[in-house]
Design a protein around this ligand. Structure first.
Ligand SMILES: Cc1cc2nc3c(=O)[nH]c(=O)nc-3n(C[C@H](O)[C@H](O)[C@H](O)COP(=O)(O)O)c2cc1C
Length: 205
């Protein structure tokens, strides 16, 4: 008898596959992405399928997966305008970040829903989240499509043009070792790496 239960993903629905992947591959930091449509509408949404890719040039990737209606607004926006800002999330803004994950029509701004403050960016049009301690201005390098239909990955790869680091974390040209973000765990759990505490947030309906 094997000590392992083997799941062949050829036999699972995408919802079942999501549950296994999201419950196991963590803690995941959160890319809180600010983007802008060609018509000017602003969007703000969190994505924990997120990683740094390299440093020469600096790059990162996140994946807004397809929904039952196709591309999420933030994916559509970066395809249209090729710019976005990744804001990092610490405990103080976790609830407001969570509010922006609500599925709302493209013409409703998650900035208004959350009460977060848009701060003009330097190199790109989408604003930064003023309350976030670290913000990365990015230009779209490529969207890599993997799969079709709900749950399919769309890897948005961005070249990082600039990092904005709060002065409380910056000393004499180096980043102090005090960046303490929140990260996504399985289910409704998150970890606050400052307090080393696990807390829960339900997705807004
Ligand atoms: C903490 C957190 C992490 C999330 N991570 C992802 C993710 O990696 N990929 C994804 O497609 N949706 C993710 N979501 C859901 C999206 O934020 C949600 O679908 C949002 O409505 C997308 O916004 P948009 O349609 O305005 O682009 C996450 C939600 C939360 C609260």
């Amino acid at each position: 008898m094997s000590a392992f239960h083997t799941v062949s993903f050829a036999d699972t629905t995408h919802e079942e596959s999501y549950k296994i992947l999201a419950a196991t591959i963590h803690p995941r930091p959160i890319a809180f992405v600010s983007s802008q449509a060609a018509n000017g509408h602003l969007n703000l949404a969190p994505f924990s399928f997120f990683m740094v890719g390299g440093s020469n040039p600096p790059s990162l990737a996140y994946s807004p997966t397809l929904s039952s209606r196709g591309a999420k607004d933030s994916l559509q926006n970066v395809i249209e305008t090729r710019e976005f800002v990744v804001n990092l999330v610490h405990r103080e803004i976790a609830e407001r970040m969570n509010l922006t994950s609500k599925g709302v029509p493209a013409d409703i701004s998650e900035w208004d829903l959350s009460g977060l403050t848009p701060e003009p960016s330097v190199f790109v049009a989408p604003p930064r989240v003023a309350e976030s301690q670290i913000q990365f201005e990015c230009r779209l390098f490529q969207v890599v499509e993997h799969g079709k239909g709900p749950g399919a990955a769309r890897y948005v790869i961005g070249e990082v043009l600039a990092a904005h680091i709060h002065e409380s974390l910056w000393s004499d040209g180096v980043i102090e070792n005090q960046v303490r973000l929140v990260a996504r765990l399985g289910g409704h759990d998150y970890i606050d790496t400052e307090a080393l505490a696990i807390f829960k947030m339900q997705r807004p309906v």
